[in-house]
Design a protein around this ligand. Structure first.
Ligand SMILES: [Zn+2]
Length: 78
């Protein structure tokens, strides 16, 4: 029997580890993505993903039409 997928993965991880490029993985060996940075709406305290600019804009426009975007998400530029 040759090397199983698990062995291969372990070998890959070892290689990556030696190269200093190892990424965090789950038990199953799947790379864990870094949690997305979230930003909180200053008006209604909703949490939104910071990089989803369209959603932020939509949120400000639809939920708080009377508020400026900058008062919903101060410090966020779109
Ligand atoms: Zn809001």
């Amino acid at each position: 029997m040759g090397a199983s997928k698990k062995d291969l993965r372990r070998r890959e991880q070892k290689k990556a580890e030696e190269a200093g490029t190892r990424v965090a993985t789950t038990k199953g060996g799947v790379a864990v993505k870094a949690p997305k940075e979230q930003v909180q709406c200053n008006v209604c305290k909703a949490m939104l993903v910071k990089e989803q600019k369209v959603q932020l804009k939509d949120h400000a426009t639809n939920k708080h039409p009377k508020s400026e975007f900058s008062s919903c998400f101060p410090g966020v530029t779109v």
